[in-house]
Every structure is written in C-alpha cells, then in structure tokens.
Write a protein that binds this ligand. Structure first.
Ligand code: FMN
Length: 785
C-alpha cells in the first residue's frame, strides 16, 4: 500500500469480525481461485470522498474483472511447480524484463509507479528488539513524536493496559457472597466489591469472538474470573430463596473432560508446557540449586587442560543426576542411567565422553521438516502455535540468555514455555523412518540459549534439561549479531573462538543427558572472511586437541548455517553457494567419519537407511541452511541444489506463516484477505489463551500482534504479482490490494495495525502505546499529520 497514509477507516467491529471482513474483502479471492474486481471493494454507504480516494488509489477505473493470474487451474499450477525446478543460482539471476529490486506488481494494482516504498522494514532492528544494546533514547513521548534521523526506536514503550480500579486477587475468582480472606486485610489497596469493580473498575465486555471468552470456550473455565474482558460469558446473577441476588461465575465441564484445578498451571495459560514452579525459580535465584554434573565436568575440564596427557577418566556424570533445592530435596530427577554396573565401570575408566552421542535422543532434520527459526520477540508461543497449525515441523524458542536463566529470572524462563502442540512429534512420513523408530520421544520444540562462557552454557544446559524435560534439543546461538550480546563474548563473538566454542558444545553435550545439543552459526563475523567451513570441520571431526586425545566429535546433533556474516547483517542476499560448500564438506566428513566409527553403531540403527543414520546416531550432525526463504520454490530449490538436510525459515514465516502449508503442498497459495484475517484471529485467540483474557492479557496480545503485523504487512499477494517467485530483496511500488481489506493488511502504518487488532481485541486501552521498531514508520505518520 502507499506508504505514508493510513487505510480508510474501518467500521468498528461487529460482533463477528470475520463476517465484517467478508464485506471488506468483497471482490477478493475468498479462496485460492476467486477473481478480483477493484471496483467491488467500495462498500455501500461509503462517503463520496472515500469512494474517490479508493478509485484514485486503484489507479484504474476500468469496470472489467481483473484476473489474479494465479488461479489454481491445472496448467497454471504446473507453471508454478516448474518454478521449483529452477536452481537457486538461476532464481537469483536477473530475469529478463524483471526490474532489479522492485516487486513486479501487475499494473492494474499499481497506484503510482514512480513511488517505491521507503525502506521502512529494518530487520536488524527487529532482530535486536527486546535485547537492545543501546542506552535508552528519548523518542519524544507517545508514538515517537520527535523528528530526527531514521533508525531504530530503542527503549520502546508500550504503555500499561490496566483496569481503572483493580480487583483484589482474593476476589477475582470467587462468587460474590463467597467468604474470601485477603492476606492484606484493611491495608489492601485493591477493590473487594465485585459489583463496584464491574460497574466502575473495568471496561465493558468485548463483543468479539461472539462475545464468548475464548479461554472458557476451550476449557470451560477462565482463570481471569471477573477480570476477564468476556466475564459476562461465564457469569450470571442468581436469585437465592431469601431474595438476595448474587453474581456467580459459571464453569462448564466438557463431557469427559476434567478441568485443571491447579491454579498455578491455570495462570500459565491453556495447554502450556515447560512451566517451572515459582519455588524452583526462587531456589535458582538464591543459588540453592546445585549443578553437580556441570561442576564435575568443569573441574575435570580444568584438570584435563592443565595436563592433557594425564589420561584421567572423565567424571562419572551419570551418577550425578539430581538438582537439589535449598532443603536438600531433589527438584527433578534427571534420567536414570539405566546402565548395568559393569558397563558403567568400564565407561568410567574409558577416555570417552560419558554421554555418547548414540545414547542421545534422536532428532531428525529432513526435507519434510521445515524448521521455524528462533525469533526474538516475534517467535512467541502464540505465533509458533499458529505456524505449527500451518505445518511447521520444528520450532525454537526465542533466544534466552544463560545468566538470567540460571538466576531464575521469570521473564527468561517464560521464553521456555511451549504449547502442547509443539510437543507432538513432527509428522510421520515413510521418508522419515527415524521418527517411526523413535517416535514417542521426538518433540518439535527446542530451546535456544546464548552464553559467553563454557561454565554458563553448561549450567544453563543442565538446569534446562532437568527442569524442562519436554525439549527437543538445546541450541547454542552463535549467530546473534546484537552488540550487547557479542561484546560479552556470546552470540556471533563465538565464531571467532573455535576452540572455546567446541569446548562449550562438548561440555553441553556431556551434561544434557539424553537431550541433543545443536548450534546455529553465521558464515563468520567479517564480510568476505567466511570461517564457517573451518568451523564445520571442527564440529564434525573434533578440533586438533580433541583428535590428539583420541576424543571424537563434540557431538552436536545439528548445525544450522545462516548464509550471512555478522557484519553483513541483512544487507545483500544470503549466500547459498557458501551454504552448499559447507553442506558438501559436512557430508564428506561425515562419510569419512562414519567409516571409522562404523563398529560403534547401534545394532538397530544399522538397519536404517543410510540417510536416516546421517544425523545424530554417531554424533554426526545434520546440516540445515537458512536465509531468505520466501516460498516453497526457494525451499525446494535449496534442498535440491545445496545438499542441506533441511531448511530453516525466519522472516518468510513472519510475512506469510502459511509458507509451511505451501511447502507441504508444493505450490503457491494465494490466500485471500479474509483467510489472512483468519490467521490474525487465530493469533489473537492463541494470545488470549496464553497471556490471559483480562485487560493486561488483551494488551499483551495486542502488542505482540502488532509486532507480527509489522512483518505480515510486507506480504504482497501472490495473485497481484506479475512474475514469480517473490524475492526478499524486492520492494513493492505503491500498490492497491484486490479489496479494501487486502489493502489494509498491506499497510505499513502502525495505526492501521491497531485498527486490525481492534477487530478482535476491541478498542485499544487509553494507555496502550505502540512504537514501531523502526522510526521511519513514526515519521511518515507525522509527515502526513
Ligand atoms: C525479528 C527477528 C528475530 C530474530 N531472533 C533470533 C533469535 O532469537 N535467535 C537466532 O538465532 N536468530 C534470530 N534471528 C535470525 C533468524 O533466526 C534467521 O537466522 C535470519 O532471519 C535469516 O533467516 P531468514 O532470511 O529466513 O529471515 C532473528 C531474526 C529476526 C528477523
């Protein structure tokens, strides 16, 4: 959409926003085959000015129907699928007639061909958001008023969405006449009168989602109680025999379903796993939790480093299986060793890591397992859940910093929470025999951490694996370019310390029990000086020190390479040729290594096809490529051309989460604006279920929805493209969607994002603020106003 303007006002949502959306989406494809008429999006009752403005924006007043050009007729679909056969190199070459850097939009949808959108999308800013390195900077109060140079909005403010009068927690979930004691007694500053709170303390109930609380609808119980913005849907007034009227909360028990009575778990959201108790967090904060395995390993490592040839056996880490809290009670019993004493003794006197790679839980990375990348801020639980519902097979947490995790910080531990749909194994397919082989233990969700020192990485790993058994793997982020992280020696900084990195990963692998360890890297830190190839060699074979001591590889189960350097950030395309070079090296080294270690194979693993043992079976990693995947065409081409085992997708999923569906179906899906709005509704629903349906939960859901919309607005509908495939580097000229709703969804103006959020979350709270991560968005608005 034209930058610098907002979409026309959208009516306040009716009780059913999707019904309303159908009106706004009139004329657009409501499935992948509809045709669009640009005149059709003028709604009855539009003012003359709005109509004129719309016609002007169309830039084409013809009455004829406009074919999207990508109806899924058989010949057209074939044409699209042929795109998949293009090599990555061919696809990145200039196509004749295609203007470099400009999204090829059909002329009937162009508004003003001379205007290319400003580069308002700052992916560096997005990646750094939430973990910003810079000192706070005044942005000029609400909405980033101050004019100045473009750049990142550091220290972004989001306001506080709170009830006018706050209800005391002791009254939040009880009936009006229930006796409840507030531990603060007379001194409590919160409201205890439920009727008064409902009348003057909170905003009126939301009319969205059919006025029914999504949490209650799902579980028959809402943990927000009276504070819920849909409280009316799960409460009523009953008249007692004595004539007194009481406000009561209603619980519905689904047939055959037990409502979870555990209040702490209820507070954590519906269907959420990896929730650790407050007691455990407090014990961590007080340093009362011992990390016996890490301490033993670190001690051994120090001694070993001093005299590497002393031949001392490694510590018996399998015996150290407990995290112990301040009262000496084991918090979580780590997996028992299951070894007979005999084997145990032999291993203790053997200079081999005590947890051999073949003893780890297997993970599988293959063509059928497109991976959703770790995404700070954006890759929150409601978004990942949406992606899983659309076919993502592997998901990662947002990057969590090691230190706050070992210190029990609530915010960092919240990043470890996953939805139960992420704990289901990736889909089984005949091409994916490993899953069948070890089906029940394969999980989708893994945790990503950043740590600057081996001790920190080890302790974080030990604590994580002990407290969160539902982790597919733990990934060490060695690609993070954020200054704050790198200056401390973590993230990309580790790419300049190969020996330290190897040591860290080896140690993590030793203390993580059966949980596999993976690593995500970039090409290197400096432009034009890629070091990833050398690093991959070390990770597959073990460095010179390890080889001298007869140690095997460090045991990472997967290496993911983002084809850019740290310095490069998001400038220029990802270098898939370099990714291919590394993939081929890894494959070659793995083949060599497999020959050496053939005798160490597990007996049953030998029966599997070669491809399925190429992963973790012998401690040899899968290799996953990452960078600039925007469609199934990119995905398939990279798999075919570069020899990677799997591909990871980041911004492509944020722009169009149905990319996973496209990959499954191996075809472009021209989603209508209504369907896209449906995904937004799904996110809002997921958000309310996770963050809660009270004023604070609604505010948090809105904030993260807006964050996502800042990416999803970059989607240029496939049906209005003149040429395929869509490319990351291209910027669209000002264009008009096939309907008013499609135009609105393409708006880069955050005020339009708020309008969209209001369709599901009602009017924003008066104190709600949102500052886009890049200032240019704010300035456009100012320039206009
Ligand atoms: C908003 C945003 C947040 C990101 N957060 C993380 C992160 O927490 N951990 C990480 O390893 N990479 C992170 N990345 C990098 C991505 O995982 C990915 O490597 C990169 O975006 C390249 O993939 P793409 O071209 O598919 O976007 C982030 C990227 C973006 C845009």
């Amino acid at each position: 959409m034209a930058e610098g303007r907002t979409a026309p006002d959208v009516e306040r949502p009716s009780a059913n926003p999707l019904e309303q959306s159908e009106r706004l989406d009139a004329g657009s494809a409501d499935n992948t085959t509809k045709r669009a008429n640009p005149q059709a999006d003028i709604l009855p009752g539009d003012s003359a000015t709005t109509k004129a403005e719309k016609i002007e924006r169309h830039g084409d007043t013809s009455n004829g129907d406009v074919s999207t050009g990508f109806e899924q007729s058989a010949p057209k679909r074939r044409k699209m699928d042929q795109e998949s056969a293009l090599t990555a190199a061919e696809r990145t070459e200039e196509q004749p007639g295609r203007k470099k850097g400009v999204t090829p939009i059909k002329k009937e949808f162009l508004v003003d061909i001379s205007r290319i959108s400003e580069p308002a999308h700052d992916d560096d800013a997005a990646e750094a958001s939430g973990k910003t390195a810079q000192p706070p900077q005044t942005v000029g109060g609400k909405g980033g008023k101050k004019k100045g140079k473009g750049g990142q909005n550091h220290n972004r403010q989001f306001g506080r969405s709170r009830d006018e009068i706050q209800l005391c927690m002791s009254r939040a979930k009880v009936n009006e006449f229930a006796s409840s004691t507030c531990q603060f007694g007379e001194k409590c500053k919160y409201e205890h009168d439920i009727r008064r709170y409902l009348k003057d303390g909170k905003r009126e109930d939301l009319a969205t989602f059919g006025s029914i609380c999504p949490v209650w609808e799902l579980k028959g119980k809402c943990s927000a109680g009276w504070r819920c913005r849909f409280a009316g849907s799960h409460s009523k007034e009953v008249e007692h025999e004595d004539g007194r009227k009481e406000l009561v909360l209603v619980e519905r028990e689904k047939p055959g379903e037990q409502i979870n009575g555990d209040d702490e778990m209820q507070e954590e959201g519906v269907g959420v796993v990896n929730v650790i108790s407050n007691a455990a967090k407090i014990s961590l904060r007080k340093k009362h939790i011992q990390t016996v395995k890490s301490d033993q390993y670190l001690q051994w490592m120090n001694e070993h480093n001093q005299d590497p040839t002393n031949g001392r056996p490694r510590p018996d880490l399998k015996a150290a299986v407990e995290l112990i809290d301040d009262e000496g009670i084991p918090i979580k019993i780590a997996p028992s060793n299951g070894d007979s004493n005999g084997v145990h003794d032999i291993r203790a006197s053997y200079v081999e890591p005590p947890f051999r790679a073949s003893e780890k839980r297997r993970i599988y990375y293959g063509p059928e397992t497109p991976v959703l990348a770790p995404l700070t801020t954006q890759g929150n639980l409601p978004f990942r859940r949406l992606c899983v519902s659309l076919g993502a097979q592997v998901t990662w947490s947002e990057m969590a910093m090691g230190l706050p995790l070992v210190q029990g910080e609530k915010g960092e531990w919240a990043l470890m929470k996953a939805h139960e749909s992420e704990t289901a194994p990736p889909a089984y397919s005949p091409k994916n025999p490993v899953l069948d082989y070890n089906h029940s233990k394969d999980l989708k969700f893994g945790a990503q951490i950043a740590a600057n020192k081996p001790w920190l990485a080890l302790k974080t790993t030990e604590i994580l694996t002990s407290l969160c058994p539902q982790l597919r793997a733990i990934d060490l982020n060695c690609g993070c370019p954020i200054d704050l992280v790198c200056r401390q020696g973590a993230g990309s900084a580790l790419l300049d310390s190969h020996a330290k990195l190897e040591k860290t990963l080896r140690g993590m692998n030793a203390v993580s029990g059966e949980t596999p360890i993976t690593v995500k890297i970039r090409m290197g830190t400096k432009d034009k000086h890629p070091t990833a190839e050398k690093l991959c060699q070390r990770l597959v074979l073990g460095g010179p020190e390890a080889q001298d001591h007869g140690e095997g590889p460090c045991g990472v189960a997967a290496i993911t390479l983002h084809g850019r350097s740290k310095q490069q950030r998001y400038t220029r395309s990802a270098d898939w040729q370099y990714i291919a070079d590394c993939a081929s090296l890894v494959k070659k080294l793995k083949a060599e290594r497999s020959t050496i270690t053939d005798t160490a194979r597990e007996p049953d693993a030998r029966d599997l096809p070669a491809s399925s043992t190429s992963g973790t079976g012998e401690g040899l990693p899968y290799f996953c490529g990452n960078g600039d995947i925007l469609s199934h065409v990119d995905y398939t081409a990279h798999l075919q051309d570069t020899g990677v085992d799997a591909c990871m997708i980041a911004r492509g999923a944020l722009i169009k989460p149905w990319i996973f569906e496209e990959i499954q179906q191996n075809q472009y899906l021209d989603k209508s604006a209504s369907e896209r709005l449906g995904y937004i509704e799904q996110f809002a629903r997921n958000g309310l279920e996770y963050w809660g349906s009270d004023e604070i939960g609604v505010g948090t859901t809105r904030r993260f929805l807006l964050e996502w919309l800042s990416f999803s607005c970059r989607y240029v509908p496939i049906g209005i493209l003149d040429e395929l495939p869509p490319r990351f580097g291209d910027r669209p000229p000002a264009f008009q969607g096939r309907s008013e709703l499609e135009t609105l969804l393409s708006s880069g103006d955050y005020r339009d994002w708020i309008k969209i959020s209001e369709m599901f979350l009602g009017p924003a709270h008066k104190d709600f603020q949102f500052q886009p991560k890049h200032k240019s968005n704010s300035y456009e608005i100012e320039a206009e106003g």
